[in-house]
Design a protein around this ligand. Structure first.
Ligand code: SF4
Length: 376
């Protein structure tokens, strides 16, 4: 919370309780990748303890009608973002492409670099994509009026609250996401409900929006989104299997990193920045025509979402963030599938509902636009 009291964190837990107590509503919830490696800290567990199964059980015990995973939508994001990257490379589109799943950085570019708004990917962020799919595909599947669906996002992020209220993301599809609570708010709700989180058994997320791959898990850390995108883009562009999916050259904690991945005869140059001061340097290079990257990932928070503003406080202790990061990579390694385009529920979603990745319907539902805003 801002020490000068210029900003206060808005708590939305009452809205969640209200929705859960309304028998006329079908309340679905989703949990972001970074939460499963951090929330345990608020219940006396070691930083980096993976509690994915406990999270699913806790949400079911709280009375949500469906417990979904933002990881599913991270896989969906990769289907669209990797398609967009390939499209721009093959059709002479604007490069570099910038990842767009961090709303704080999107807001930053709208205010600070309005001349570069054709650079970020047009993909909505994963939790917004899940909100749209819940109110269209899922609503149709279970035969419910989308207006009765309330989508709750549990996020490591305070900026996701403002993102969910952006006019272009609320005007269609009955509001994409209705309520956002942070990791800390959610832990407070569990305590209020008297749930003994530490001793809960594991369970799985619900389908059809609960299946995920390792590629989606790594969205939670700096470098993870672009690594996930490369895993898919490589296989789509070459038609060959990417045998070693762990792209260590893209990993680490340095504020600005870069790597090169050979795809066909092309050296795809990738930049990564976390922290907005570092992002500014890469953006100034693009503006000044000095950037040599094909794709850039930017995350506003140091460490990415594992170090997000809604996460358990780490008071600048980088060791805690590193432990969360390691847990993210362990969770990826333990997944049976590690590439987004192999997620069977995602493939089913395209076959039954969306059509082609980056096609007309996918574009209508899953992509957005940006607006120049006053410099501040
Ligand atoms: Fe939110 Fe920070 Fe993650 Fe950006 S990096 S999405 S601001 S938690």
């Amino acid at each position: 919370v801002c020490p000068t009291a210029a900003l206060t964190e808005v708590n939305h837990t009452d809205k969640v309780w209200e929705a859960l107590s309304d028998p006329d509503k079908h309340v679905v919830v989703q949990v972001a990748p970074a939460i499963r490696v951090a929330i345990g800290e608020l219940f006396g567990m070691e930083p980096g303890t993976i509690v994915t199964g406990k999270l699913a059980t806790a949400l079911k015990n709280m009375g949500f009608d469906a417990v979904f995973d933002t990881d599913f939508a991270a896989d969906l994001t990769i289907m669209e973002e990797a398609s967009e990257l390939i499209h721009r490379i093959e059709h002479g589109g604007k490069l570099p492409i910038l990842t767009s799943c961090c709303p704080a950085w999107v807001k930053f570019i709208e205010h600070q670099f309005p001349e570069l708004l054709d650079v970020p990917s047009t993909c909505k962020s994963p939790h917004i994509m899940l909100g749209v799919i819940a109110k269209t595909y899922y609503a149709e599947k279970i035969g419910i009026d989308p207006d009765k669906i309330v989508v709750v996002s549990v996020m490591p992020c305070i900026a996701k609250k403002a993102e969910a209220a952006r006019p272009e993301l609320t005007k269609d599809y009955h509001n994409n996401v209705d309520i956002v609570v942070t990791t800390r708010e959610f832990a407070a709700m569990l305590k209020e409900a008297g749930i003994d989180f530490k001793n809960l058994p594991d369970s799985d997320f619900d389908n059809p929006l609960g299946e995920s791959t390792g590629a989606s898990v790594i969205f939670g850390t700096t470098g993870g989104v672009i690594e996930a995108a490369v895993r898919t883009a490589y296989e789509w562009m070459t038609g060959e299997e990417l045998k070693d999916v762990e792209l260590h050259q893209l990993r680490g904690m340095e504020g600005i990193r870069e790597g090169t991945v050979k795809i066909k005869e092309m050296d795809i140059k990738i930049g990564i920045a976390h922290g907005l001061g570092n992002a500014r340097k890469l953006l100034e290079d693009i503006r000044d025509g000095k950037s040599h990257y094909h794709a850039i990932e930017i995350m506003a928070c140091p460490g990415g979402c594992i170090g997000g503003g809604g996460q358990p406080y780490h008071h600048g202790n980088e060791e805690i963030v590193r432990k969360r990061q390691q847990a993210i990579y362990n969770e990826d390694r333990n997944k049976a599938l590690r590439k987004s385009h192999e997620n069977p529920e995602i493939l089913k979603l395209y076959k039954e509902y969306l059509g082609e990745p980056y096609g007309e319907k996918a574009h209508d539902l899953l992509h957005t636009h940006y607006e120049a805003r006053e410099r501040i």
